[in-house]
Design a protein. Sequence first.
Length: 83
Amino acid sequence: TVCVLGSESLKDKRKVVKSIIERLKAKFNLSVAEIGLQESRCDAEIGCAVVSNDPGFAHNVIEAAVRFIESDCRVEVLKIDRI
């Protein structure tokens, strides 16, 4: 779960979330979607998934994606769930 900083409308939030999702897909070749809180003005749940026969590789990709999101100054990470 992330909070889009300075978001004053759903349009503001969706612009930032869409940008993050597209950048994650391009950089890490993983499946990404906004999976919750679509109607919240500032919060968003972003889900990522990797399929691999190497658990270590999948773990590393997800960790790199989390660091990538955390480094984005447009959002604050509120909660991370790993399943």
